[in-house]
Each structure stands twice: as C-alpha cells, then as structure tokens.
Design a protein around this ligand. Structure first.
Ligand code: GLN
Ligand code: ZN
Length: 764
C-alpha cells in the first residue's frame, strides 16, 4: 500500500512553536532552546506519520517562519539591506528578512495562493548572487533518518519559486525573473546531490503555480528547468506536486511530459476536473499521487466516495501506481482533534484534523490494496449519515431568507459623493483625517484576564470583574487616542479574541475549537470557527461595547464589525452547500447588527473585509462569479443605513489592482487598506487613471514589524498618496489593527503618524 502526506502543520498541537519563537524574539529563550523545541515537534510529527503507516513522509515542511523564506535562504538570495556576508544563514539574518530589524524593513509578505497563510516574497534581480546557503533540507532529512524515519524531503520547485518572486527595488521592469533559472538550478542540483549522498531516494518538488493561468513561456520554463535537472535526477525519484485547484489542460500536458520526474501529485478535492484530465491520458510508467483527503478543511473524509475515486484512478493508471495523498499540505488545517475537549461527540464524529487525516489517508491506501478496515469505514459512513440528517444543521427560515437574495440588488439609495457631503456636515472632520483600523495592543494583563474568564478551573474572576477590566482597558485606549489627537477613534477591541471568532461565538451555526489553530504567518495563528449549520444572529453582538466608549468622548467612535466574506473565508466552511449561500446567510446577520449600531447612535461603522481578496478563485474563469456574490454580500450588510452613517471597510493587502472595480462596487464611504509594505503597488492602480471616488486611507505604517517610521517617512508616504488621490478623500491610518504590537511601539508610531498628517495639512 502506498500513502503520502503533502506537508504537515509545524506550529505544534498546542502552538508550541509560536510560544518558543516569540520568547526567542524577546530574548527570553536561547537559540538552543528554540532548536530543541523545533526538533521535538519534528520528531513527534514524523513518528506520528510513521506509526499510521505512511509510506512517503515529508520532511523540510517544518519551518521557523515560512517555507518560501527557507528556499530564499537555501539559495542565498538575501537582499543586500540585511548585510549578510555569506556562510550558512543563521537566525539573525533569517528573522531579519522575515520581521525587519532596526536598520532594514522586513521583506514583503503576501498571501499564499487563496489561503490565509502568508509567505515572504523573494526579491530578485540580475545582481543577486545565488549560493547554497542553507542546508536545512538535508539536515532535516538526516535528522529524521537518525530517528529511524526515512522521509521525502520537500522543496519548493525552481519554477514556482521564481514565479512567486518579485523584482527587487530598482530592477528594470522588463527583467524576466524566469531568466534566473539558469542560476538557481545549479543550487538545486547541489541539494539533490547532497540528499542522495545522505541516502534519500525520493524528493517532492512543490510546483503549485502550475494550477494558475500561466502563459506559454512560463510553461516552457517548467520543461526547460526539469530537463536541466534531469541528469541529477537519475537514480532518484521526484514527485512534482500541485495543489489548490486542477491543473489547466495545457499545463497538464507540460507537467506530465516533464523529464526526470517519477510521479505527479494532484488536488482531487478542489481540482474538480482533475479526474477528467487523468482520463484524457497519464504517462504509463509514472506514479499518480492522488490528493483525495482535503488539506484545506476539517471535515471527515467521505471514505466510501474517495475509495471509488481511487479505484477509478487505478483502473486508468494501473495497479500499484496510485498513491493515496492529501489534496495539499495539511498546514492549512487544524492539528489534532484529540485535543478538542469542548466539542460534543456528534460534531466531533463529523471532523478530521491533520492527525486524523493522516489516518484517513492510510485507511484509504489499505482499502485500495484490499485490506479495508471495515469497522473504520462503517463508523465513517454513520458519521456522514448523521451530518446529512441532523436538525442542528438546517434552519428553514434562514434558508428561505438567503435563497431570495441571489440576483437581487442591494445598494444604498444615494451616491457616495452626496453621502460623503452629508457625513462631513455631521462629523466635521479635518482634511486628512487620522484613524486606526480597530484593535489596540492586547497586553499580558488583558490576556490573563481573558483566560480567567474562560477557564472554568481557575475562574477567579467574575463576569462583572471581567467586564470592568474590559471597560477599564477601553477607557485607557480612548484616552490615549485623545492624547494622540486622532480624529476618528476606535474602542480597541479588547473584548475580542479574534475578529472572526468573536462574531462566530455569538452567531448560531458555528462551533469552536480549543486548539484548532492554523498558521497565518510566522508565529501568528488563527483559530477558524467551524460553520456547520445555517447562520443566524440571536441577539445584538457589539452594540454594548461600541456605544459605551462613544459616551466617553466627543470625537466620533467607529463601530467595528467583521464582514460576511471575511467571516466566511476565515472559517472552516460547510462543504455541503455552495459558499455563496453561507455568505448570504452571514450577510443578513451582519445587516441586523449594522442597523442596531446605527440605532444606538454610532455614526461610523467599519465592516472589515480583510479576507475578500484571498477568497478570489485562482483561475480567471471563476473569479467574476465570486466577486459578484462577495461584493453583493458586503452591500447587503449596509444598504439599509442613512446617508449620514459613514460605512468604512478595511482590507489588509495591497494587491487589489486586479479587483479594483469590485472594490469600488462595494460602495463603502471610506476604505482603509494596507499599503506601506508593498512599494506603492496599491497607488500604482490610481496612477493608471482609475478613480476610487470615495474616502481612502492607504496604510502608512507596517503593523507586522516593530520598526517605527519617522514623521518625515510617514509624511513622504502621504505626499505620494496625494500625488495620485484627491486630497479631500485621503485618510491617514496604519496598515491594519495594532493588536499584535506593543504599546511601546504603537505610541511613538501613532505620534509620528498624527504629526505627519498635521505637517502635510500645513503644507496644503
Ligand atoms: N479591525 C481589525 C483590527 O484592527 C482588523 C484586523 C484585520 O484586518 N486583520 O484588528
Ligand atoms: Zn487588516
């Protein structure tokens, strides 16, 4: 039997890696302690996969920060601003690239395909001197081997690495990143040689860019790269792994004709056309790694149906040629259902996290060779049947309300220009108004207080004391903002654990895990709620915590909500109804909340759609449908408010150029949007003559980094904004919420930000 796992979460079942990393960054833990924890996690993962019977166990899927950054380190492609002088790349240089340091800002971070994982974007150009500078892949292979586990080292393939890179600052736009293939292939060869020498017989090259709409010269790069590698690959097996969608027909031809490759991996969960492609032809002497177990979700596999698929595949490609696998790395799912103490039995029976998925993969592999575990399959079938018929899942009123929405129009009655005038009459804001995106730092005391509130065993704090502590915190945040002289205030979101979980907890149809964490970037994890049923809002969710601080200040206070598309995209979503139906259900719930806030006297309401962009399907052919229902969902939430109520939205990414018309179509009055980390990519869209036509606050400081930009630097950014945006529309704000920062960083950063806004106002 043959089973394989594309990759495994590295954060640890209880976020062990997060805690040790953060403690290391705070200089409270030594490098040796960090390395020891990491080694423990790796050995635990390898042993677990081995115990389940996995044949192809991945290594080098562990990372201290990010697997793309690891590849950058492997290739020695360190941008010059980090002052690296060669040699093996250590924590210093590595973490400086990831997080910035006192002298140099961090490298750009961007979403990994359509997931909520972020990778560090390589900065390349003709002057980069590549060298083999991190032996991590080989070291991990040897480490596993010493533990008695023979693994399949995983590398990001050379073509995807280049396609996921960007031009370094100052490099001529006409430079082709793919022209660097000739420089990086020799390093891949060195790695392969070293892996072979260490005893490895297989390696996995992740080439997920193959699922994108590639141009023919990009496809040719694959052909070229793998024929260059071919000589090194003799006597060695290479799996080229794809995921997140099916491979387009043209790319499929290219992929299956690659030289030197032994096996091809496909996503059979999201790749709905993969089966047809394989039917259209598959090279006779190669292996098919069939990703039938969903790496992007937490639902138990439908084993009977997967087994059917696998048997169908086997009848095409031949007995013994199908390897059962996951649809993508399990990095994007939660770690282990075993640690869920609060989910009831029924719900738990519907779920499988990474550890359980490994077991599913192996059960399927056994069944495929005729060693089916009948009991395991039977209990899986019972769970599926119970999910289908459970009354917890269906709420007919909600189904009905949401069904009427598709195709109808929801738009505010007045156009944005007139609304902004009405709002300005009421709010009377200065030009270049300053604001923040919502959250303020969550201090240790605040966190502790929350733990007490939610932990039944150390419940030393009453509900009342808890509420008072939150009130106290809010009043501090309000005072601070008044001292800083910000124009539009926020309450700081101290009562929220997470911008999605907080709402999910108050909506019906959601379930919550205790340890279902998924890595978002570096040490940051999110704990997506599980949407298992129809969504409704039993009662108001934020009105109390937003109206109370409004009474503490004369300045306008923004009410803060998370938008439907973001709640959807940052949750584990039902796989038994289309995504847009769930989105509409959430939109109706948020609409009620928006209207309750307005009634409570909140004049500015921010509806965060931080994740709208990342839900964009990877392939152009599917994008317009998504954008249509996503933008429609957003408009549903606020189409019913008065002209004088100002609707803000917020997005924490800057690559919106391709969806700018949809963002305009959201018809928000003001948008705050990430900008500071991406070399004015955002502003370039306005250079091209597109008018946003409403309030817009491109972020002026990077909240992912502890670095504090000076007043002059911020002022410069504002000047750049004013060069392309009409001044009466420009807002001044950071890139995103400040929750992950410390007050010692936030206070000076906001001081400089407000000073910069005032400086520019004086110049106007
Ligand atoms: N309002 C949220 C906050 O400030 C927005 C966070 C986000 O966009 N990721 O924390
Ligand atoms: Zn954000």
């Amino acid at each position: 039997m043959a089973s394989h796992v594309v990759g495994y979460p590295r954060i640890g079942p209880k976020r062990e890696l997060k805690f040790v990393l953060e403690s290391f960054w705070d200089a409270k833990t030594t490098a040796l302690e960090l390395q020891a924890t990491a080694a423990d996690l790796r050995s635990y993962i390898w042993n677990q996969m081995a115990a389940a019977g996995t044949k192809f166990i991945p290594s080098n899927t562990f990372s201290y920060y990010d697997q793309v950054l690891d590849t950058t380190a492997m290739l020695g492609a360190v941008p010059p601003r980090y002052g690296w002088n060669g040699g093996e790349i250590g924590f210093d240089v590595y973490f400086s690239m990831a997080r910035g340091n006192a002298y140099a800002p961090a490298m750009e971070m961007t979403k990994w395909f359509d997931t909520n994982y972020h990778y560090i974007v390589p900065e390349l150009g003709p002057d980069v001197k590549f060298s083999y500078a991190s032996h991590k892949a080989v070291d991990e292979y040897k480490e596993a081997k010493a533990l008695g586990v023979d693994t399949m080292p995983v590398l990001i393939g050379p073509v995807s690495y280049l396609l996921l890179s960007k031009l370094a600052k100052g490099v001529d736009k006409s430079f082709s990143l793919l022209s660097l293939l000739g420089k990086i292939i020799p390093i891949y060869k060195e790695v392969i040689d070293e892996l072979k020498a260490a005893g490895a017989t297989w390696t996995q090259f992740d080439e997920p860019t193959l699922v994108l709409d590639l141009e023919s010269h990009q496809l040719e790069a694959f052909t070229h790269a793998y024929s260059e590698l071919e000589s090194s690959l003799s006597g060695f097996n290479v799996l080229v792994e794809t995921y997140f969608a099916d491979v387009p027909a043209e790319a499929y031809k290219t992929l299956t004709s690659l030289k030197g490759v032994t096996a091809f991996g496909f996503d059979l969960v999201r790749g709905t056309r993969t089966l047809d492609l394989i039917k259209s032809g598959f090279p006779s002497d190669k292996y098919l790694f069939a990703g039938v177990v969903d790496g992007r979700n937490i639902w138990a596999n439908d084993l009977a149906s997967s087994l059917d698929t696998l048997q169908a595949l086997e009848s095409i490609v031949g007995k013994g040629k199908v390897v059962v696998s996951t649809s993508c790395s399990l990095l994007h799912t939660a770690v282990d259902l075993m640690n869920e103490t609060k989910l009831d039995k029924e719900l738990k029976s519907w779920l499988a996290f990474a550890a359980q998925k490994v077991v599913e993969v192996n059960a399927l592999a056994k069944a495929l060779v005729g060693e089916k575990d009948e009991e395991f399959f039977a209990s899986n079938a019972v769970a599926h049947a119970s999910r289908k018929s459970s009354p917890r899942v269906t709420n007919e009123a909600v189904q009905k309300a949401a069904a009427g929405l598709r195709g109808s129009n929801h738009r505010r009655a007045t156009n944005v220009r007139a609304r902004l005038d009405a709002q300005q009459n009421k709010l009377n804001l200065p030009i270049l108004p300053t604001t923040t995106c919502g959250s303020y730092p969550q201090t240790t005391e605040l966190r502790r207080c929350k733990e007490y509130q939610f932990c039944p065993c150390i419940c030393t704090i009453s509900e009342n004391d808890y509420a008072n502590a939150i009130k106290e915190e809010i009043s501090k945040v309000v005072k601070l903002q008044e001292e800083l002289d910000l124009d539009v205030l926020v309450h700081g979101e101290p009562e929220r654990n997470d911008m999605v979980e907080y709402f999910g907890e108050q909506l019906s149809g959601f379930a919550f895990t205790v340890n279902g964490w998924v890595q978002s970037y570096g040490s940051r994890c999110v704990k997506p709620p599980i949407i298992y049923g129809d969504v409704s809002r039993p009662k108001a969710m934020t009105v109390f915590w937003s109206s109370m601080p409004q009474n503490m200040t004369e300045r306008p206070m923004k009410g803060m909500l998370t938008g439907p598309v973001t709640i959807l995209n940052w949750s584990f979503v039902r796989n038994d109804q289309p995504r847009h139906v769930t989105s509409y259900q959430i939109a109706l719930a948020i609409k009620d909340e928006v209207e309750d806030l307005e009634r409570a006297g909140i004049n500015i309401i921010q509806i965060d759609e931080a994740a709208l962009r990342e839900g964009l399907p990877l392939r152009k052919s599917e994008q317009s449908f998504y954008l249509e229902w996503a933008v429609h969902s957003f408009r549903i939430t606020n189409c019913g408010v008065k002209d004088t109520t100002q609707i803000h939205t917020h997005m924490c990414y800057s690559n919106v150029n391709d969806i700018i018309h949809s963002i305009i179509d959201m018809d928000a009055d003001v948008i705050t949007i990430e900008n500071s980390r991406s070399d004015e990519k955002l502003l370039s869209v306005f250079h091209e003559g597109i008018k946003y036509g409403a309030g817009i606050g491109p972020g002026v400081n990077d909240i992912h980094s502890p670095r504090i930009p000076s007043t002059e630097e911020v002022a410069d950014r504002i000047r750049k904004m004013l060069a392309v945006l009409e001044r009466e529309f420009v807002w001044v704000n950071p890139d995103c919420g400040l929750k992950t920062r410390k007050y010692s960083e936030v206070q000076p950063a906001l001081t400089n930000m407000v000073a910069a806004a005032k400086l520019i106002r004086a110049e106007l």
